[in-house]
Design a protein around this ligand. Structure first.
Ligand code: GLY
Length: 251
C-alpha cells in the first residue's frame, strides 16, 4: 500500500505510467494460507487496488473482477475515486506518444514493467502473498499482465511454499510462472533452484532476447527463500528477525 500511494514509483499505483490512451490501469492479487484469493484487473482511479483485491477475496465468492465493474464494486464498498496520473507520468506518456503515433497497432516500450510482489510467513508457518502493478508502460488499452492472474503473478500453497513474479507478464503467464515455482518446490527444489528453473524455461522460449526481463521470488514452508531473474538489476527486500535487508537477485 505504501508503494501504491508513492507518486515516485512509476510502475505501481499512483505515479504509475499509463496505457497508450493515457489512462492508469492497475492489476493486483492476494492469496492466503487457506488458498483463498482475490484479484482486480484493469482497475482505474483507485489508490489501493490491493485492498480491493483483498475485498474480492474476503467479501465475495469470486476471484477476479475487471475494469469498470471492478471500479463499481470498489465504489460500493467505500473506496473513493482517486486520480492517479501524476504530472511526471503524464509527461512521460506525452513524450512516448510523440514517438509512437501508431500505438493502436503495437506497443513497444517494455522498459517500465516492475511489480511489487510480497510473500510472508508467520510464526505458525502460514504463508501468504500479494502483488500490485500498473503494468506495462503505454500498453494497449485493455492489456492485463500476470499480476492479477493467480498461478502466474502469484501463487501460495500453504503445504509447500509461495512465489511471485515481476517483469514482462506475458512471459510469466505463458509458463504459469508462480504456480510452476511452487510445483517445483513440491518436487524438492529449493526456492532458489525453483526460481532458476522457471527463469530458464522463459529464457529457452525467448532465445536472442537479452532485453527480456522477468524475475521470481519464492519462499518455502521452512522459511527458506530465493530469487532469480533473466538479467541484472533485480534486488529483493528481506524482512527477518526485526531487520530489513536488500539482497541482490542472481541472474
Ligand atoms: N509483471 C507485471 C506486468 O507485466 O504487468
Amino acid at each position: 500500500m505504501i508503494v501504491e500511494a508513492d507518486p515516485e514509483s512509476t510502475s505501481v499505483g499512483r505515479g504509475g505510467f499509463p496505457d497508450a490512451a493515457g489512462d492508469v490501469t492497475l492489476d493486483a492479487s492476494i492469496m492466503d494460507h487457506r488458498g483463498q484469493c482475490g484479484a482486480v484487473a484493469c482497475l482505474e482511479k483507485t489508490l489501493h487496488p490491493i485492498s480491493v483485491a483483498r475485498a474480492v477475496m474476503e467479501r465475495t465468492q469470486h476471484v477476479l473482477l475487471v475494469g469498470e465493474k471492478a471500479r463499481d464494486f470498489a465504489t460500493q464498498i467505500g473506496f473513493p475515486k482517486t486520480g492517479l496520473l501524476t504530472p511526471n507520468a503524464r509527461k512521460a506518456w506525452k513524450a512516448w506518444k510523440a514517438n509512437n503515433p501508431k500505438w493502436r497497432s503495437f506497443s513497444t516500450d517494455i522498459s517500465n514493467h516492475d511489480t511489487i510482489g510480497m510473500l510472508a510467513i508467520d510464526k505458525q508457518g502460514n504463508l501468504s502473498g500479494a502483488c500490485t502493478t500498473s503494468g506495462w508502460a503505454f500498453k494497449i488499452p485493455g492489456r492485463v499482465g500476470d499480476s492479477p492472474i493467480i498461478g502466474a503473478g502469484l501463487y501460495v500453497d500453504n503445504e509447500i511454499g509461495a512465489a511471485t513474479a515481476t517483469g514482462t507478464g506475458e512471459e510469466v503467464i505463458k509458463i504459469c510462472g508462480s504456480f510452476l515455482v511452487v510445483e517445483l518446490m513440491r518436487q524438492g527444489y529449493s526456492p532458489q533452484r525453483a526460481c532458476e528453473e522457471a527463469v530458464s524455461r522463459i529464457k529457452k522460449r525467448n532465445p536472442g532476447n537479452p532485453e527480456l526481463f522477468v524475475g521470481f521470488i519464492a519462499i518455502n514452508k521452512s522459511g527458506e527463500h530465493g530469487a532469480f531473474a533473466t538479467k541484472t538489476g533485480f534486488e529483493y527486500a528481506l524482512y527477518q528477525h526485526g531487520q530489513n535487508r536488500l539482497i541482490p537477485g542472481l541472474f
